[in-house]
Design a protein around this ligand. Structure first.
Ligand SMILES: [Zn+2]
Length: 363
């Protein structure tokens, strides 16, 4: 279960839409500061600025960041009934949209995204990251059509992993009461807290386990995220292997790109690595493949791999699990064991961010 969300995110980020806000401009920031100071005689009039959120693929985030910002008032958002505390969720297997209390929904998400046996501070970090993600989605207001009007869905290959109460009881068995209340506590202890960079909710992606370092987002998806940068995650040391016959190896490569002309192991060149050490690109049979493409073609646990040939066998040695960007869940758990608090953990994996109480500012 722990490893599923890594693939979920990888799939989602590659294929679907993310919401993302533009940055503040200094001039407008000063302007608002000026108004707030000068209008103290009218304390009821508070103008908050909201970023112009575009529903966009991750590759286009830089474009979104450059788009114009606009202002709106608290009153405008308040007109939306129950908006601050509710979230619409498309329940895929029931084909219905249901309204959840946001904090209650988060319990179901955290229960699905991270093992309940993990440390409390790691679960809290997970809760804040998941909340931040959902707030991002709600801010977009421009949801994928398959959501049927909802901000998020329960399809783990698409949005957030989600587990129903019924399924959680089956999954946790005799531990249900302990685990469920533990997750509830993690969510409640961090109520309304989100991760921001430059006062905007971040794209709080995470993965199961890095390869010892997390990846720069721009090395994996393109686009630049100043808070999704490579950091050390020394506890992450999982290694896995995947072996194929040479014929199967060649066939899979050609199925993906028929232009690849591969006759022998010599046609597999040394890869170009990312800053963090995963495979950025690798030339096989005269065609450049992304490391993430090779991961997908061979269903590898990550794109941090080496390839070895032995007779008829081709073996991938793979480090880590997931796309490697943002928070490593395993690393978060290990840092929690060291005594780090959830906000400290988040600040390890997301660079130059703050963890703030939302106070309805962002939704
Ligand atoms: Zn979805």
């Amino acid at each position: 279960m722990i490893f599923e969300k890594a693939d979920v995110y990888n799939f989602f980020i590659k294929n679907l839409h993310f919401s993302f806000g533009g940055g503040f401009t200094k001039q407008l920031g000063f302007l608002i500061g000026f108004f707030i100071i000068t209008l103290t005689v009218l304390p009821a009039v508070v103008v908050l600025r909201f970023p112009n959120i575009e529903n966009t693929s991750i590759e286009n985030v830089i474009n979104a960041q450059n788009q114009q910002e606009e202002e709106t008032t608290v009153e405008a958002f308040a007109e939306q009934e129950d908006y601050p505390t509710k979230v619409l969720v498309y329940i895929k297997h029931e084909d219905v949209v249901k309204e959840f209390d946001l904090e209650e929904y988060l319990v179901h998400v955290v229960a699905a995204e991270m093992p309940a046996s993990f440390e409390m501070e790691a679960l809290k970090a997970q809760a804040v990251a998941a909340r931040t993600y959902i707030v991002n989605k709600m801010l977009s207001g421009n949801y994928p059509p398959e959501h049927k009007g909802a901000a998020v869905c329960t399809d783990y290959t698409h949005c957030k992993a989600y587990i129903s109460l019924e399924d959680a009881k089956a999954k946790f068995g005799d531990n249900f009461d302990e685990y469920w209340s533990k997750i509830q506590e993690a969510v409640k202890a961090t109520q309304d807290e989100i991760i921001v960079y430059n006062n905007e909710p971040i794209l709080a992606v995470f993965h199961s386990q890095s390869h010892g370092k997390t990846e720069n987002a721009h090395d994996v998806w393109g686009g630049y995220y100043p808070y999704l940068l490579s950091v050390d995650s020394p506890y992450d040391n999982q290694v896995s292997y995947a072996t194929f016959t040479f014929d199967d190896f060649c066939q899979r490569i050609k199925n993906f790109n028929p232009d690849a002309n591969i006759q022998s192991p010599a046609d597999v060149k040394s890869p170009i690595l990312t800053d963090a050490g995963a495979v950025k690109t690798i030339n096989i049979g005269g065609v450049d493949f992304k490391g993430t493409q090779i991961r997908s073609i061979f269903n590898l646990k990550s794109h941090c791999f080496t390839i070895s040939f032995n007779g008829d066998k081709v073996t991938f040695t793979v480090k880590g699990y997931g796309h490697g960007v943002g928070m490593s869940q395993n690393g978060a758990n290990e840092l929690a064991k060291e005594g780090k608090k959830y906000d400290e953990i988040l600040k390890v994996y997301y660079t130059n961010v703050d963890v703030v109480k939302n106070d309805n500012k962002y939704y």
